[in-house]
Design a protein around this ligand. Structure first.
Ligand SMILES: NC(=O)c1ccc[n+]([C@@H]2O[C@H](COP(=O)([O-])OP(=O)(O)OC[C@H]3O[C@@H](n4cnc5c(N)ncnc54)[C@H](O)[C@@H]3O)[C@@H](O)[C@H]2O)c1
Length: 415
């Protein structure tokens, strides 16, 4: 399928661009819109896009006869509304990055514009396709988990990722992006509604407690690279954070945001002048660094969602309880089931997935190593998916087909 990419930043280049490079039979980018010269050239060259199809604004693209049936809108959150409305009007079907927009009114406006035109608008809530969550949904909707009374859902963000995105980076300031519960947890709220139907009540608390100016003394410079006296002890010392990421993974999304030049010297130069070299206690961040949401779903189901941004390890964890002793818990690629008198651990198929955003963009995920067979307390091998017990909960109709539910999830984030 021919596509246009609007916004050739991290998501556009590393997720969609990389997908098209791996699967030229499925997706081919024939034009790109990106105001940053370096990013536009990088994407244009990687996809063989001729110079007259490389644009620096969506207005330029909209003024041209349609170049493809559909486009991917991977611009930042606050430009989703104007760009999507303009490009729907220009005739494109659109895959729009999450969140749809930053207010409920804008979400409704975008969906209504797509509906009135009869065009296709899809939102990249990609975790609905991640094997980890597909497995959980299979277990919930099949009734194998029995009657569910409570769910503890955690989004654990590894400390450097939180600092990268929500202290130094794109989503640090609610005026430039939106509240953290929307920009990060719209995935989780979408998944919860997808799994359990409509939420009828909620309350929420969160605050910014760690990444504040008063955490360090006046001797700490604004930039890590300006001779910080606590560089060795500080977990967030930027040169170490980004050079470690570069060593771990030359295609690291974090390093890609810092600099187009991935040589260590290029990364260091960018840290000396750019936003990612700033001291985490000296930024203009105002979004919370932890938040909890308590929700009531149908039939008395109680759900808690916790996001915390100082985790030692990245990944979501889910614990699901029924009225009987024992619980089911999913994390790190495994679905643990504890039921008296027996205990089993049920391996999920994909260990790489780990309840993170990874895996969802990879239709070729089947090549990853499959989960190990775990053993119960008696040492017997167990790979069973028979989580029998209890009564299947009536599941609401398929929310994936209902934009209103998506909107409701985003509305909840806003509230
Ligand atoms: N689905 C997911 O799991 C997921 C993961 C990460 C990010 N996202 C979403 O993807 C979007 C992009 O995030 P990102 O990390 O790639 O940010 P980014 O800053 O790396 O990329 C955004 C790009 O848009 C470009 N841009 C700015 N104005 C533009 C314009 N007028 N026309 C075209 N392009 C323009 C910027 O120059 C930049 O290159 C965000 O909405 C984010 O929430 C989704």
């Amino acid at each position: 399928m021919d596509l246009v990419l609007v916004g050739a930043g991290n998501r556009g280049h590393l997720a969609y661009g990389a997908y098209a490079e791996r699967h030229p039979d499925k997706a081919r980018f024939v034009a790109v819109v990106e105001p940053d010269d370096g990013r536009r050239a990088r994407f244009g060259e990687a996809h063989g896009i001729p110079a007259d199809r490389r644009f620096s604004s969506w207005e330029e693209l909209g003024a041209r006869p349609q170049l493809a049936p559909a486009l991917v809108n991977a611009t930042m959150d606050r430009t989703h509304r104007p760009s999507t409305l303009a490009l729907l009007a220009a005739g494109y079907d659109i895959l729009l990055e999450k969140p749809i927009a930053t207010t409920p009114e804008e979400c409704v406006e975008i969906v209504e514009a797509a509906e009135s035109r009869g065009g296709l608008l899809q939102i990249a809530h990609v975790l609905r396709y991640a094997p980890f969550f597909v497995k959980i949904r299979d277990a919930v909707t099949s009734g194998r988990l029995g009657e569910i009374v409570s769910v503890d859902w955690r989004e654990n963000l590894v400390y450097w990722h939180f600092a990268h995105s929500y202290v130094r980076g794109n989503w640090a300031n609610s005026q430039r992006a939106g509240p953290m519960i929307l920009t990060k947890c719209c995935h989780d709220l979408d998944l919860l509604v997808w799994l359990f139907g409509a939420c009828d009540r909620l309350s929420s608390f969160g605050s910014l407690t760690h990444f504040t100016r008063d955490r360090v003394g006046p001797e700490i410079p604004d930039r890590c690279t300006d001779g910080c006296p606590i560089a060795d002890a500080c977990l967030y010392f930027a040169p170490r954070v980004y050079l470690d990421r570069l060593r771990e993974n030359p295609r690291s999304f974090a390093v890609a945001a810092v600099s187009l030049d991935r040589a260590p010297e290029g990364v260091m130069r960018a840290l000396e002048t750019g936003p990612y070299g700033r001291c985490v206690y000296r930024c203009d961040n105002d979004v919370v660094d932890h938040q909890v949401v308590l929700m009531r779903f149908g039939q008395g189901l109680s759900v808690s969602l916790t996001m915390q941004g100082t985790s030692h390890v990245e990944g979501r964890t889910v614990r699901i309880d029924d009225p009987h002793p024992g619980f089911r818990q999913a994390s790190h690629g495994r679905f643990h089931v504890r039921r008296r008198p027996r205990a089993v651990e049920v391996p999920l198929a994909i260990r790489r997935d780990r309840g993170s955003d990874r895996g969802a963009d990879r239709p070729d995920h089947g090549r990853y190593p499959r989960g190990r067979v775990h053993r119960d307390r008696g040492g017997h091998p167990s790979g069973t998916h028979d989580l029998a017990g209890g009564r299947p909960r009536d599941h609401p109709d398929h929310p994936a087909a209902q934009p209103a539910r998506l909107l409701r999830a985003q509305h909840l984030c806003e509230s």
